[in-house]
Each structure stands twice: as structure tokens, then as C-alpha cells.
Design a protein around this ligand. Structure first.
Ligand SMILES: [Mg+2]
Length: 247
């Protein structure tokens, strides 16, 4: 994987994308597009899991007070990518208990109400706003699904201060939660030509970053190095790697 840019190089890369959108020559009226994934890219969703852990602690309180205390005091940095792995790291080893915890998490994590716990990644709101002001159309392209997470996601983007619900923004979700994210993005990416010209794309999954380089070889594809699914494919060496959106 290409190595993470220094903070100075990260600033140059991000500022350069804003400038490119500003000076973009619209051929036939097509606007410059910047595509953003949400979870692990514009937003940190680990506080959502922490909130669910607190609820799980309440549910397990009488059964196992010491376990409940561990769940209650966990912080985002204690979490591993998979919820079951986070439980095992806390010393919960009984498979039936892990399975019960995973089911509890799954019923809540992929639903509208808990999205209120998500926070913006450092610098992401001001970067999105600067791009928007520079004339870019922002495309929020997420693996969240429309039926169960559409309303909460719209609300979260609005409340965190991202441009949304205005001309020059697109909000695209998966039609069905069961579809794998990478397959969804691979199918969807070519359709963005009906919206404009993809200048840059940001994602925290190497496979999705590669999808954009395959569909739009001249775009700037950027991996936001937060969390990623275990066992990712190798990231193209044409992609850039940043820690967050600080400039
Ligand atoms: Mg993501």
C-alpha cells in the first residue's frame, strides 16, 4: 500500500483538489464531481458502536455486572473492525454470548436511530464546504442502504454541517442492505457520468478506491486511512493515502 502522506503533503493534495474544481472547464456544462464515502471516510462511526455497547451493558447488567462494566467503559479506540472481535478483545469468549452481542449490535448499527452518534472526521466538513463553494458537485456514495438508513443519514449529514439538500449535491445509497458494498460501487460508479466529471473520490476501503481508478483512470483516488475491512485487496499504487481531512 502506498504510504500515508505527511501532513504538509496531505494539505497540498486536498487544497489542490479544491483548486482543480475551482478552475474546472465545464465541457458541455458537466460539473466537476467529488465522490465521498461516509463511514470511516467523512464520518467516524465508532461512537455509534460505543453507544450500542452501553445499551448492551444495560441489557447484560444483571447477568454479568463485571462484563457490563467493561462494555460501559469502552472507548472508540478500544474497538476492532468487527464487533465480535471487539467483544473477544474484552475477554468475552463464550461463542453464544458473542453471537448474542453481535445480533444486538447488528439490529441497531444498520438502522436510522443510532446514526445520530456519528461524528465528522477531522477537517471533513470544512473540506466538503470548500469544495462546494469552489463549484464541485458533491456525491455522497455510501454502502448504507436506503430503506433502513436513508432518513437517518440525511439527518446526520445535515446536522454535522455537510452541504446536503441543495443544488449540487447527490445522495446515493444502496438499494438493498444485502448487496456487498464493493459490488454496489462498481456497478454505480460508471453511472456518475450522467451527473458530471469525477475529479476525485475518497473512501476508507482499498477495493472501493481501486473501483474509482478503474472507472475513471484520470481521477484522484484517495484512501482515508481509518478503519478497513479485514483482508482488503491491495491498494493501487496510483491512489493516495491520508489520515483525515486536516489542512
Ligand atoms: Mg466506508
Amino acid at each position: 500500500m502506498p504510504s500515508r502522506l505527511s501532513s504538509a503533503a496531505q494539505k497540498d493534495l486536498l487544497d489542490g483538489i479544491v483548486l482543480r474544481c475551482q478552475s474546472f472547464e465545464r465541457k458541455g456544462g458537466a460539473p466537476p464531481l467529488v465522490v465521498f464515502d461516509l463511514d470511516g471516510t467523512l464520518m467516524d462511526n465508532r461512537p455509534r458502536t460505543v453507544a450500542i455497547m452501553r445499551e448492551l451493558a444495560d441489557a447484560w447488567e444483571t447477568r454479568d455486572p463485571s462484563l457490563a462494566l467493561k462494555l460501559k467503559t469502552a472507548s472508540p479506540d478500544d474497538l476492532l473492525y468487527l464487533f465480535g472481535d471487539s467483544l473477544r478483545k474484552m475477554g468475552i469468549s463464550k461463542p453464544d454470548l458473542v453471537a448474542e452481542g453481535e445480533a444486538f449490535w447488528k439490529e441497531r448499527f444498520f438502522r436510522d436511530p443510532h446514526l445520530v452518534h456519528d461524528v465528522a472526521l477531522a477537517g471533513s466538513v470544512s473540506f466538503a464546504r470548500d469544495l462546494y463553494a469552489a463549484g464541485a458537485t458533491l456525491v455522497y456514495l455510501t454502502g448504507r442502504d436506503l430503506p433502513l438508513m436513508g432518513i437517518g443519514t440525511f439527518q446526520s449529514l445535515r446536522d454535522l454541517g455537510f452541504p446536503i439538500g441543495v443544488a449540487g449535491t447527490e445522495f446515493i445509497l444502496k438499494p438493498d442492505a444485502a448487496m456487498p458494498d464493493e459490488e454496489f460501487k462498481r456497478t454505480l460508479a460508471p453511472q456518475l457520468t450522467r451527473v458530471g466529471h469525477v475529479v476525485a473520490a475518497f473512501d476508507n476501503e482499498p477495493g472501493n478506491c481501486n473501483v474509482f481508478l478503474d472507472a475513471y483512470p484520470t481521477c484522484t483516488s484517495v484512501l482515508v486511512d481509518t478503519q478497513m475491512m479485514p483482508g482488503p485487496p491491495p491498494l493501487s499504487n496510483r491512489a493516495h493515502v491520508i489520515a483525515d481531512f486536516s489542512r
